[in-house]
Design a protein around this ligand. Structure first.
Ligand code: NAD
Ligand code: UDP
Ligand code: UDP
Length: 323
């Protein structure tokens, strides 16, 4: 670790009212940093940061990252972007704009401030991968014109911008390729598989498997993910990534459905619905690089993480407003 982890900094987190951003902010505040949370509340919710609103080291600014932002900070985590397929497909043109214009503006800000900037990229840059598990040197198999392209290609273009700002303007960049992450504060109706299955199981509704459930994903608990992002931000000068951050334990979607039904003691029935277009068949990170460069690997098994996530969804009396 090249930098003092505990030196107090003023940190910008874009997308800080979302699922991952709000957990990241909690950890930054815990470590004594000042946090500026910038979010336009498109998919995020103020309820995710309501416990921080009176905190002296926390500040919230409602702002769209597609517009320039002039603030003074020491480092930037760029997380602003809708992440679940139903959200990013709601206004696909806007999704590409957030990734591309958002990256340009935040990189312009990093250039003016000469500060480090971390990009929340995604395993979606690998598309429907033919290399399995995915390593960072794999260039991916992405449909440029499909219904997921606004997200996948937007994130790929953002990575291109990060590396060009690094080469052309010497900006210190860190690129994390985040694999499916779950945990408390996922929006119960954002359509992602873990939140869908848990909410359906709790309500006794049918559990909706898309396709035959043989497609796989590797699920990382949010606390592990945040730890990985912070280790990346604080990694040695010159280490840019991209680096996979995810849990390598791979499950089929049917296994996940069965586990959720069992853990919630639900009477829900599992049903099969059509598979959406371009849905990746398999996904599993190779995390060798994260282990060697960051000394990071996940510690929370799926069952333990699901217990905490189920407890969170069971404790919700109202569903936060969204969209
Ligand atoms: P989320 O939807 O909960 O959070 C995204 C946040 O960005 C929301 O608060 C939203 O309001 C905000 N936002 C969207 N557009 C904005 C704009 N134009 N200006 C300012 N704020 C804007 O999603 P999340 O799961 O927390 O994902 C956070 C980041 O991590 C995203 O960039 C996503 O692509 C990436 N990621 C997440 C996962 C995952 O499994 N959760 C996997 C891969 C990558
Ligand atoms: N920008 C910003 N905040 C800053 C500096 C720049 O939002 O503090 C934005 C601005 O909109 C600009 C973009 O970042 O268009 C890219 O900045 P850069 O300096 O790379 O490009 P230029 O201004 O020369 O187009
Ligand atoms: N999925 C499912 N039922 C649902 C929601 C999702 O079977 O109710 C499937 C989806 O088709 C995909 C996997 O679960 O194969 C993960 O979906 P998610 O939207 O969570 O993430 P992503 O596809 O972006 O990995």
């Amino acid at each position: 670790m090249s930098r003092d982890y505990f030196l107090q900094k003023r940190v910008l987190v874009t997308g800080g009212c979302g699922f991952l951003g709000s957990h990241l902010i909690d950890r930054l505040i815990e470590q004594g940093h000042e946090v500026l949370c910038v979010d336009n509340l498109f998919t995020g919710s103020k309820s995710n940061i309501s416990h921080l609103l009176q905190h002296p080291r926390f500040e919230f600014m409602r702002h769209d990252v597609c517009l320039p932002l002039f603030v003074e900070v020491d480092e930037i985590y760029n997380l602003a972007c809708p992440a679940s397929p139903i959200h990013y497909q709601h206004d696909p043109v806007q999704t590409t704009k957030v990734s591309v214009h958002g990256a340009i503006n935040m990189l312009g800000l990093a250039k003016r401030l000469k500060c480090r900037i971390l990009q929340a990229s995604t395993s979606e840059v690998y598309g429907d991968p033919v290399v399995h598990p995915q390593t960072e040197d794999y260039w991916g198999n992405v449909n440029p014109i499909g219904i997921r392209s606004c997200y996948d290609e937007g994130k790929r273009c953002a990575e291109t911008l990060f590396f060009d700002y690094n080469r052309q303007h010497d900006i210190e960049i860190k690129v994390a390729r985040i694999f499916n992450t779950y945990g408390p504060r996922m929006h119960p109706s954002d359509g992602r598989v873990v939140s869908n299955f848990i909410m359906q199981a709790i309500r006794g509704e049918d559990i909706t498997i898309f396709g035959n459930g043989s497609q796989t994903r590797s699920f990382c608990y949010v606390d592990d993910l945040v730890d990985g992002l912070m280790k990346l931000m604080n990694s040695s000068d010159g280490f840019t990534g991209p680096v996979n951050i995810g849990n390598p334990n791979e499950f089929s979607i049917r296994e996940l459905a069965e586990l959720v039904v069992e853990m919630t003691n639900s009477g829900s029935k599992i049903i099969d619905l059509p598979l959406p277009q371009d849905d990746p068949k398999q996904r599993q990170p190779n995390i060798g690089l994260a282990k060697s460069e960051l000394g990071w690997e996940p510690t929370i098994e799926l069952k333990e993480g699901l217990e905490k996530t189920i407890a969170y969804f069971e404790s919700l009396d109202t569903i936060p407003a969204q969209l």
